[in-house]
Design a binder for this molecule. Structure first.
Ligand code: AMP
Ligand code: ZN
Length: 462
């Protein structure tokens, strides 16, 4: 069954056909490590994880590159605003290097909690300065750059099809954009290398043919993708905000430096997670919707993954605590169902072939996960399929869903633990927090952690 995906470049679904017969090169734009990831960022990484799992499910080998942006990204994608890393360093009175290290680790912890598979290659922008300088030099030799105010700029007027991904109307854009960088010849031009920039000096600096400085944001992805995936490769992803500037500029500089067209065969973009007025996603507005915050509110990270599965990746997803409650309930229902499948043998004679076909049909139709989830529930409800077959099929489906079905196991607890649980719940209901905490410590010493969730306490082995 052919895999169809929506290619932003042509604004259509098309049958996926990789450059090499069975292997796919996949590049997903990474996170800027100046703060914790918010759950919007994480929605995009869940979408990309689903894509990768679906490619694997279809029998492809996948070489997946995920970068870490630890230099050069300003608060506006179009070279305006503050340097994001510097902003983080000032906020926490640490060096930019410390900020980058800390938030890279935090990002990787979130990825694990969400059962997102590690990429084949993690790569940091600051570990690839040489490759970025080489690419800028090659652009310079070919006449695609100019020096202005001490910075090296990419001259977008030299690229005939500049803006093709975003279908930019360049004339209108030029009139609309309020020009702030007077060094630029045109508002679409972008920085490849900063030396004397208008931004405050920072610690991350390297020597280059144009003077000591640091790279602009876009060049890192072109340089690292080329290093690990070759001159042209199959799929490049990110959130929709990357279409008009970041990915547009990646294409312009890569196709110019590498003399290759198209540089990337399929561009895929995930729609945004959006939140209501009272629950702003970004830190500047107070509440900061991180995965840890969601956990503190009593939700399992995999309930957030389940929540994301419920909406197609090309549709905006509205976040609310009520919607999270429904997702967590459905996720719990699925966990209980799994326990039932393991513990209660049933007699049905029907096989699961039609469900497997439907599931594959859904995921291969441009990652239609809501439809795939509907197939999962239809199979679980079908009494003619016995529990053993259901369990085996669900494990197969979970190669894509990534909900960790295999690790759903009943926690067999002793009578002592059962009594402690009941006593703690009693203390908690009477708001006797001291006693409740003492019992929690006792449970911990016996090897259990306890989490208070909206549907009651959840005991886990630690
Ligand atoms: P950044 O660190 O800004 O490059 O963002 C990391 C990833 O998160 C990128 O792929 C962005 O497109 C994506 N992203 C940013 N905000 C959201 C959001 N609200 N919903 C979904 N994805 C987002
Ligand atoms: Zn990128």
């Amino acid at each position: 069954m052919a895999l169809k995906i929506y290619n932003t470049l042509i604004r259509k679904k098309e049958t996926f056909s990789p450059i090499k017969k069975n292997e796919v090169g996949l590049y997903t734009c990474g996170f800027t490590v100046y703060d914790y990831a918010h759950i919007g960022n994480l929605r995009t990484y869940i979408f990309e994880d689903l894509l990768k799992r679906i490619l694997l499910f279809n029998g492809y080998k996948v070489k997946h590159v995920l970068n870490i942006t630890d230099v050069g990204h300003l608060t506006s994608d179009a070279d305006e605003g503050e340097d994001k890393m510097l902003k983080g360093a000032k906020r926490e009175k640490k060096t930019v290097w410390d900020i980058a290290e800390f938030y890279t680790q935090e990002f990787q912890k979130d990825i694990k909690k969400l059962n997102i598979q590690d990429p084949t290659i993690w790569c940091k922008a600051t570990d690839h300065i040489k490759e970025q300088i080489e690419m800028i030099s090659s652009l310079e030799k070919k006449g695609f750059t100019y020096l202005s105010g001490g910075n090296v700029y990419f001259d977008t007027s030299k690229v005939k099809d500049y803006g093709k991904l975003a279908r930019l109307d360049l004339k209108a854009e030029n009139q609309e954009r309020v020009e702030k960088d007077l060094n630029k010849k045109s508002s679409q031009d972008f920085v490849l290398w900063f030396t004397k920039s208008k931004f405050q000096d920072q610690d991350m600096k390297w020597p280059s043919p144009w003077g000591v400085g640091y790279p602009g944001w876009h060049i890192e992805c072109s340089a690292m993708a080329t290093k690990y995936l070759g001159k042209s490769f199959d799929i490049h992803c990110g959130g929709i905000d990357h279409i008009p500037v970041h990915h547009t500029n990646e294409i312009a500089q890569s196709e110019s430096a590498l003399d290759v067209k198209p540089w990337v065969h399929y561009w895929m973009h995930g729609e945004f997670l959006v939140v209501g007025d009272s629950e702003k996603i970004g830190k500047s507005k107070g509440n900061f919707l991180t995965l840890s915050f969601v956990q503190e509110k009593g939700y399992d990270p995999l309930a957030y993954r389940y929540f994301c599965l419920g909406t197609h990746y090309r549709k905006p997803l509205m976040f609310s605590w009520e919607a999270m409650d429904s997702a967590q309930n459905a996720w719990k229902k699925l966990q209980n169902k799994v326990l039932e499948l393991i513990e209660k043998p049933t007699q049905g004679k029907k096989n699961a072939e039609s469900f497997i076909e439907d599931f594959q049909g859904a995921i291969n139709d441009d990652l239609n996960m809501p439809q795939a989830l509907a197939v999962v529930w239809a199979m679980l409800k079908d009494e003619e399929v016995n529990n053993k077959i259901k369990y085996r099929t669900l494990l197969e489906f979970d190669r894509v869903l990534g909900l960790g079905v295999e690790s759903i196991k009943k926690v067999n607890i002793s009578e002592e633990v059962q009594i402690l649980m009941e006593k703690r719940e009693d203390a908690r209901l009477k708001k006797n927090w001291k006693e409740a905490d003492q019992i929690r410590d006792k449970l911990k010493s016996l090897g259990y952690s306890i989490e208070d969730t909206p549907s009651g306490p959840l005991l886990k082995r630690v």
